[in-house]
Structures are given as structure tokens and as C-alpha cells.
Design a binder for this molecule. Structure first.
Ligand SMILES: Cc1ncc(COP(=O)(O)O)c(C=O)c1O
Ligand SMILES: N[C@@H](CCSC[C@H](N)C(=O)O)C(=O)O
Length: 400
């Protein structure tokens, strides 16, 4: 396959993730031609004079290991530029610093608890109001758009109810009515392997690199990717000014994780599909865009290459859910997702506990919800362990 816009050969997604060299002239070159970009563990760089500096002067401002992973991220995210920062929340923080007091944000009403917390903080401390709306219906956004709107923030699929937003349609509506507003997509659930929001109309994409990109729960990282130079300059300014760029060692770990993203995600997703089918066959209410019964199955399939490896389900009873979670052995009780190990959690008590209970109730977030993040273990072991916990907790009887 040849990309006619550049001379670079465009490979298929799994190849793009693992293939990188500097033969196209992009990015820093290691002088020894190391097969893996070394960790440039240095804070500062020598200059030949006070007025002449090389490509780098200080690692807060730039570092070859960071440039290497950022160039690779830009390629796999279909971005003009990408930036590696020290967590997913930092990525969002850097983006929201473009919003001035008095301007507004529009975001979903089902979204990661930490995102909700940061947006609430902006409202209290910076006079930046967020309207939380149902992003599953694109037209819902129209009455909230105004000359004050600066960011429209979408999670799709959402964490934890796996709801889908129509990125192309919402981007079209926003760009038509509010030329100053930017559509921002949190693509953490999907990873760039499954979905590329910049190709679908979004202006900015961010990720918690702590999840699928790194894949092993051994680092915290965040990524911001953009397709416009002026926005890239603003993002870079904030990262340098506040000193939140990812450290060289973490950049190296992130790069190492990205190389195996396709194989991990293919395996995790295939198992997640089986597990979602299993739970649905036992009459649980399952939230997963890989099920044909998901109300936005087709929309999600149009925008992405797959449903991913996170799903949630309801038992109908909080105490039962609690028992079930504790009775699993192979599924670790942890927040986070995207790791090679399978995890189980109760979002209302864990990842989304920072959203006040009254707000969770208002947004119809089921307190008994269990979230499963499927890893790379043998799916039969995962199913057996789940079956054991379902039976021992009495949940299976209830659902049947
Ligand atoms: C969807 C989503 N976005 C962003 C974040 C924030 O990422 P991090 O924990 O790397 O700050 C998380 C989880 O923490 C998340 O689930
Ligand atoms: N105590 C943490 C919880 C992190 S949740 C991590 C992840 N996004 C998930 O959805 O599991 C906090 O309050 O931020």
C-alpha cells in the first residue's frame, strides 16, 4: 500500500505500530544506529557557545527519547504532532489550559471519574463551566453551543457504560456552528490501533498512556495529539512552561509498549467478545459495543476497527456485585484497564467514586455495575473463574 501524499510507504495498522526508523528523515537519529532508541537520561545538553545550541538544550523542553516516541505516536494517531506527558490527567489538564475564564466546555454525562473531577475543579476555581450532556444523541449538543463554547469533550466508548458518540457528526455540528470550538476525544478505551478520531473529524485526541499504549501497568503516561500547527504550539508551550513532559525512561517504556499493542489488543478483544457473549447468554445486562444488541453497535463499527476489551455489566444487586468481585481469583480487583492482566472493579466505589453519589444517581450510573478489563490470559481460565464467582455469589441464579 503506498501513501500518495508522501513518499513514505503506509503499512497496515499492526505493522505501523512496530515499524519505525528514521529513514524518512523524521525524528532524532541515534549516532550508533541502536535498534531500540536509547534512554537519553540527561537533564541538560552541552552547547558550543552561549548563542548556539543544538537540537536540544534541556530535557523539560525536549529530549531525543521523547521526540522518538512522539514522532511515532503522531504517525500511529494520524496526527501532525503528538506530545508525551506524565499522565492521562495531565494530557487533559494541558488541553483545558486553552480555555479562558468565562468560556465553556461541553462534555458527556458518562465519563471517567477523574475527568469529571478536573472539569468540576475548573468550574470552581477558573470560572469555566461544563455542560454534561448525553453524547449518544448528536443533536443534544445544539442548544448548549454558543460563542462561549471552547471545548467539546467526547469519550467514545465511555468509561464505564461503553456508550458511543458519533465523532464525525458531532464534529460537523460543532465546526459549523462554533468555529472557535475544538472537538477533543479521549481515545483511551480504544487505543490508536482501533480508532483514530483525528481522521473522523476531531481536532485533538488524548490518551491515558497508562492503559493500552503501555499495556503492562508499569508506568503512568499521557498523550496529546493534534492536526493543527497553531494548536500544537499552544500545547507545547504549556508542557514546557509547566514541566509535565514524560521522563526519558518512561518514554522508552511507552515506546516498548506500543510495539506490542496490536497483538495484545487483538487477543484481549477476542476474549472480551467471548466473555460479553457468555454474560449475555446468562441474561445479564451487558454494556459492550461488540454485542449486536448494543444500541450503537453499527455506529461504533463504522468509526473503529473493533469494540476493544473493556465491558461492564449489571447484576441487579449491589451486595451481589460486591460478593462476585471478591470471589474471583484470576481477575484482579483494581482500578485501571488496558493491562495484560485481567481486572475487575465496581466503578461507583472505585474509578468513579469521586463523582458525588447524587450526581451518579442523576446520571443513572448503576451502583451495582461491574467493569471487566480483559487481559491476555487463556480465555477459558477467565471464563471458568468468572463462572465460579457468578455461581458462588448466587448472581447466576438471579440473572437466569
Ligand atoms: C478514559 C480515561 N481517560 C483518562 C484517564 C486518566 O489517565 P491517567 O490515570 O493516566 O491519568 C483515565 C484513567 O485514569 C481514563 O479511564
Ligand atoms: N484513585 C484514583 C482512581 C483512578 S481510576 C483509573 C482508571 N481511569 C479507571 O477507570 O479505572 C483517582 O481518584 O483518580
Amino acid at each position: 500500500m503506498v501513501d500518495t501524499t508522501t513518499t513514505r510507504i503506509k503499512y497496515r495498522p499492526a505493522t505501523e505500530l512496530v515499524y519505525f526508523d528514521n529513514s524518512d528523515g523524521q525524528g532524532p537519529k541515534d549516532s550508533y544506529n541502536a535498534a531500540s532508541m536509547p534512554i537519553y537520561q540527561t537533564a541538560t545538553f552541552k552547547q558550543t557557545s552561549s548563542t548556539q545550541m543544538g537540537e536540544y538544550d534541556y530535557s523539560r523542553s525536549g529530549n531525543p527519547t521523547r521526540s522518538h516516541v512522539e514522532n511515532h505516536l503522531a504517525k500511529i494517531m494520524a496526527a501532525k504532532r503528538a506530545f508525551a506527558v506524565n499522565s492521562g490527567m495531565t494530557a487533559l489538564d494541558v488541553i483545558t489550559r486553552m480555555v479562558k475564564a468565562g468560556e465553556e466546555v461541553i462534555a458527556g454525562n458518562d465519563l471517567y471519574g477523574g475527568t469529571n473531577r478536573l472539569l468540576s475543579f475548573l468550574a470552581t476555581h477558573n470560572n469555566v463551566k461544563t455542560h454534561h450532556i448525553d453524547t449518544t444523541n448528536s443533536e443534544t449538543i445544539i442548544p448548549y453551543l454558543s460563542e462561549k463554547t471552547r471545548l467539546v469533550l467526547l469519550e467514545t466508548p465511555t468509561n464505564p457504560l461503553m456508550k458511543i458518540a458519533d465523532i464525525p457528526r458531532i464534529s460537523e455540528i460543532v465546526h459549523e456552528r462554533c468555529p472557535n470550538a475544538l472537538v477533543v476525544v479521549d481515545n483511551t478505551m480504544m487505543s490508536p490501533y482501533l480508532q483514530k478520531p483525528l481522521e473522523l473529524g476531531a481536532d485533538i485526541v488524548y490518551h491515558s498512556g497508562t492503559k493500552y499504549l503501555s499495556g503492562h501497568h508499569d508506568l503512568m503516561a499521557g498523550v496529546v495529539a493534534v492536526k493543527d500547527d497553531a494548536i500544537a504550539e499552544k500545547i507545547y508551550f504549556t508542557i514546557n512552561a509547566t514541566g509535565v513532559g514524560l521522563s526519558p525512561f518512561d518514554c522508552w517504556l511507552l515506546m516498548r509498549g506500543i510495539k506490542t499493542l496490536a497483538v495484545r489488543m487483538d487477543r484481549q478483544q477476542a476474549s472480551a467478545i467471548q466473555i460479553a457473549d457468555f454474560l449475555q447468554s446468562h441474561n445479564f445486562k451487558v454494556h459492550y459495543p461488540g454485542l449486536k444488541t448494543h444500541p450503537q453497535y453499527e455506529l461504533h463499527a463504522k468509526m473503529s476497527r473493533g469494540p476493544g476489551a473493556v465491558l461492564s455489566f449489571e447484576t441487579g444487586n449491589v451486595d451481589l456485585s460486591e460478593k462476585l468481585v471478591e470471589l474471583t481469583r484470576l481477575w484482579g480487583i483494581s482500578v485501571s484497564f488496558g493491562c495484560v492482566n485481567s481486572l475487575i472493579s465496581m466503578p461507583c466505589r472505585m474509578s468513579h467514586a469521586s463523582i458525588p453519589a447524587a450526581v451518579r444517581a442523576e446520571r443513572a450510573m448503576p451502583e451495582d455495575l461491574i467493569r471487566l478489563c480483559v487481559g491476555i490470559e487463556d480465555v477459558d481460565d477467565l471464563l471458568e473463574d468468572l463462572y465460579h464467582a457468578l455461581t458462588a455469589s448466587g448472581s447466576l441464579k438471579l440473572a437466569n
